[in-house]
Design a protein around this ligand. Structure first.
Ligand code: ADP
Length: 235
């Protein structure tokens, strides 16, 4: 039984640089099933970020289609894309992107505010998610009072706040030491397995990619090969 959450067909994207056109992605056909954890790997400039941004509705296709959860993003209006990002996606970044003057729970509450969750419910929901990620005791701390791993867990809590179907992660362990990075990968893998999330992760680190169910190797804007893995097991 298959239930594709993401389907791209002949997906291509070019950028105009003065008079020349740079082909970042040159025709990608990719299907990601609901509940799958997929890593995108490849050399710098191979198109990983472009593909992630197309699926995240942040960049529009030049050619081809990108369907996520029944919506073709290239043909969607800006308003539809805002709603799509708010309701369907959670983003996780290398640099955490937390608001420095807000506490952990206030950071987690930001997307709840944007989704119109009443103020009275935001704090309880934010603290509940932080608790699920082992951060209940840190809820009132500002990012500068937290370790790198804790900051990334707060950022993951923020990404989960609106109960997204799809998590998009761009080098989420890039600013962490290898042990903490492994802990974050184990956490993300657990979330995919236990919460029925789907995850697409960009990395240049094969040790990180090994946590995924499939590894999509990109080169020169094309899928070079797709590798099914025996995922590194989280403990
Ligand atoms: P990766 O994430 O694998 O490093 P990218 O998707 O960032 O690759 O980039 C693919 C190609 O597209 C590169 O040649 C890059 O220089 C180019 N590119 C990406 N984004 C832009 C942009 N906003 N403007 C111009 N060129 C871009």
């Amino acid at each position: 039984m298959t239930d594709p959450l993401i389907t791209t067909t002949a997906l291509a994207r070019s950028y105009q640089m003065g008079k020349t056109s740079v082909a970042a992605l040159r025709g990608v056909d990719l299907t990601v099933q609901a509940g799958e954890f997929v890593a995108l790997v490849g050399p710098s400039g191979s198109g990983k970020s472009t593909l992630l941004h197309l699926i995240g509705g942040l960049v529009r296709p030049s050619v081809g289609e990108v369907w996520v959860h029944g919506l073709e993003l290239g043909g969607s209006s800006d308003t539809q894309l805002v709603a799509y990002r708010r309701d369907t996606l959670g983003f996780i970044f290398q640099s955490f992107n937390l608001l420095p003057i807000k506490s952990a729970w206030e950071n987690v509450a930001v997307p709840l505010m944007l989704a119109g969750v009443p103020q009275a419910q935001r704090k309880a929901r934010a603290i509940e998610i932080l608790g699920q990620l082992g951060l209940a005791a840190r809820a009132g701390h500002r990012p500068s009072e937290l370790s790198g791993g804790e900051q990334q867990r707060v950022a993951i809590a923020r990404a989960l706040a609106n109960r997204p179907r799809l998590l998009l992660a761009d080098e989420p362990t890039g600013n962490l030491d290898s042990r903490t990075g492994g802990e974050i990968m184990a956490l993300l893998q657990r979330l995919v397995r236990e919460e029925g999330l789907t995850m697409l992760l960009v990395t240049h680190d094969m040790g990180v990619a090994r946590f995924a169910d499939r590894i999509v190797h990109l080169r020169d804007g094309l899928v070079e090969r797709i590798e099914a893995t025996e995922p590194e097991l989280a403990r």
